[in-house]
Design a protein around this ligand. Sequence first.
Ligand SMILES: Nc1ncnc2c1ncn2[C@@H]1O[C@H](COP(=O)(O)OP(=O)(O)OP(=O)(O)O)[C@@H](O)[C@H]1O
Length: 267
Amino acid sequence: MEPFTPDSSAARPAKLIVEGVSKWFTSRAVVQALDDVSLTIAEGEFVCLIGPSGCGKSTLLDIIAGLTKPDTGRVLADGRTVEGPGRQRLVMFQESALFPWLDAFGNVMFGLKLRPDLTNAERKEIAHHYLKLVGLEKFEHAHVHELSGGMKQRVALARALAPDPQVLLMDEPFGALDAMTRDQLYDDIQGIWMESRKTIVFVTHNVREAVCLGDRVVLMSPSPGRIQQVFRIPLPRPRDINSPELAGHASRIAAALKGTRMEAASE
Ligand SMILES: Nc1ncnc2c1ncn2[C@@H]1O[C@H](COP(=O)(O)OP(=O)(O)OP(=O)(O)O)[C@@H](O)[C@H]1O
């Protein structure tokens, strides 16, 4: 991988614009999950959303995906209001949500149903390509129960990448994995992002993970969910999660995160 310094996202066109988004849920009580959230994400930018549990990160990601409708405000993707899910904005969840009756190859092929413009031979070629990209070419015909947690997330990543979405929305995709597997996946996802320059919005609880991956880290505060602070991470790539430079940024953000947790606890 060539070292790479992120350029200014301000110079690139906006891919996603979140404009004054608020969201309430009514179950046992009325909960305001998001309050007037606005955020512009540039084309090819990697943005991490971080914040205490319940601050609305997943809700915001679902609204960007078009899976949940905002009560006020809107999301624009390429200047058009998001009205529902679309193949240009795919979501990858913490649990890989793979189909257990299909093998790795079958799962990636399933994702390619979103590309009816391709022939079956083209889909197969693409499925091979992405399984190779995530290092699973030897496991194409392994069934889901034969794969480790990290391998399942690699299949899920290949399945999300294969239809070639412009925007990848990742909801704690590595949250359930052990530290060594995660470290490997940080290298892989950085490599894939540097090659493909997809726009990525990545939800995490892990401050170092956010600093390792993001051009910007967006810190949210809870009750109701708001954007508290945005941190730009000007470190060159690829980044090593264990580097002291990264630790410096992480401790600044961790201190701000602790502040939002203490505020939430005192309410
Ligand atoms: N479908 C729903 N019905 C009722 N309340 C909901 C629903 N989805 C989310 N909420 C509430 O909205 C708030 C924000 O939830 P959300 O899952 O977006 O937070 P989060 O920051 O992603 O949390 P975590 O980090 O724990 O995953 C929480 O108070 C949650 O209980």
